[in-house]
Design a protein around this ligand. Structure first.
Ligand code: CA
Length: 233
């Protein structure tokens, strides 16, 4: 597993690379946006850890270029603690995961493991086309029957509700922005109105969560989007 770290703060980049080495990953460093884009576009990496603030070309622009050129390498974006907008911007630019600075070693490694596991198990592109099941705790998404089961009982979701859960289940463990969910489910020209999504989510939680106010399966990342709990196995 080969990881590219794009980070201009030399000490932090070095620390990250050493940490990844110790976990058995190969880690390379790019110290600015332009060389970072070149290296990320080489398609030899299993994961790119990308800082938002870079000289030459910032991380958001780099990521947009990378995605426009059709490179699908998973990207873990590092953003500033204060900026919810940065997180949204990062995810909407095509980041798969984000981590806010400052972060702990454990947090980083957990995020890296999640990213790499998803790379290994990645399947088709359409959430509805996914086959089989996804289970976390007492919840099972049955992609063949288009059903969500809670403790073996059909939760009787509407089609819209099922599609939301199916999509989040496919990306379990990572945050999807409101905008990316809306665009994925209702098309690229769908408006950025979150209200329909919120209403659907409230209904879904009522059907699948023991206590909708303290969800176990579908989490809200305030101001950013939603995340499905990740299965332990
Ligand atoms: Ca930086």
């Amino acid at each position: 597993m080969r990881i590219l770290v794009i980070e201009d703060e030399a000490r932090l980049a070095q620390t990250l690379a050493e940490l990844l080495h110790r976990q058995g990953y190969t880690a390379d460093i790019s110290g600015d946006g332009l060389s970072g884009l070149d290296n990320a576009a080489s398609d030899i990496y299993d994961l790119v850890v990308l800082d938002a603030m870079l000289p030459g070309m910032d991380g958001f622009t780099l990521l947009q270029r990378l995605r426009q050129e059709g490179h699908t390498v998973p990207v873990l974006m590092l953003t500033a603690r204060s900026g919810v907008e940065d997180r949204v911007r990062g995810l909407d630019s095509g980041a798969d995961y984000y981590l806010t600075k400052p972060f702990g070693t454990d947090e980083l490694l957990a995020r890296v493991r999640t990213a790499i596991r998803h790379t290994r198990t990645a399947t088709g592109n359409s959430e509805i086309a996914q086959q089989g099941t996804y289970t976390v705790g007492d919840l099972t998404i049955d992609y063949n029957k288009h059903q969500v089961l809670v403790r073996g009982e059909n939760a009787k979701l509407t089609l819209s509700e099922f599609r939301i859960v199916a999509l989040l289940g496919k990306h379990a463990g990572r945050v999807m922005t409101y905008d990316s969910i809306i665009k994925e489910l209702w098309g690229p020209r769908a408006s950025g109105d979150n209200q329909i999504l919120r209403v659907n989510m409230a209904n879904i939680r009522r059907k699948i969560e023991k206590n909708p106010a303290e969800p176990e399966y579908l989490f809200t990342e305030v101001g950013v989007g939603y995340r499905m709990a990740e299965s332990e196995n």
